[in-house]
Design a protein around this ligand. Sequence first.
Ligand code: SF4
Ligand code: SF4
Length: 222
Amino acid sequence: MIKAQQKPIAEIKALIAPYHRILILGCGTCVTISFAGGEKEVGLLASSLRIASAMEGQDKIFAEATVQRQCEWEFIDAVAEQIQQADAVLSLACGIGVQALAERYPDKVVLPGVNTTFLGMAVEHGVLVERCRACGDCILGLTGGVCPIARCAKNLLNGPCGGSQNGKCEVNPELDCAWQLIYDRLARLGQLDRLAALMPYKDWSKDYDGGPRKIVREDLRL
Ligand code: SF4
Ligand code: SF4
């Protein structure tokens, strides 16, 4: 899932400073699971901002709402009236949700309340880790299910680099060396012979460097 972190309150206060009526809009999917922008975080942030506004002698009005998914217009439209009543919408969704709002409501100021950080998962409660860079040409079938692009600090396709020590990455000793993990997985699967072959060139044209990517499913179009 997409992982995100709420921006520091000082940055949020600076973003909303010019506006009087602010709708804080959460998203009930990825950012809820990463504890950054669900209904609970909307409520906590609204309370903090109300207190800060009162202490600073301002009379800002904060409304709250959370939709199931901010990246789909039909869900955003469920709160169209609240959006229209606000001078600005402070979105606690990922960057996709913020842009979906801006596209759907072109005359409305939309502000990001979170920093969208990576595609990842929780390995324990409160600990989120990156697992995928959405490269567009998945090679996990060749690497025992461990991604060297997202998990090797040098993004090596033919690793290891030679600098790992005791299974840890030389760039960040807190991290497991991705290529050590790949080796261990392939050994467990009885597929170590895979490491003898050079990894083929990767098709980077499907990565971000070609500009924003698009998927068209003709079978699903109306
Ligand atoms: S190879 Fe690409 S698509 Fe597959 S997990 Fe890694 S970054 Fe994601
Ligand atoms: S030590 Fe391992 S994870 Fe770190 S850069 Fe080298 S190969 Fe990649």
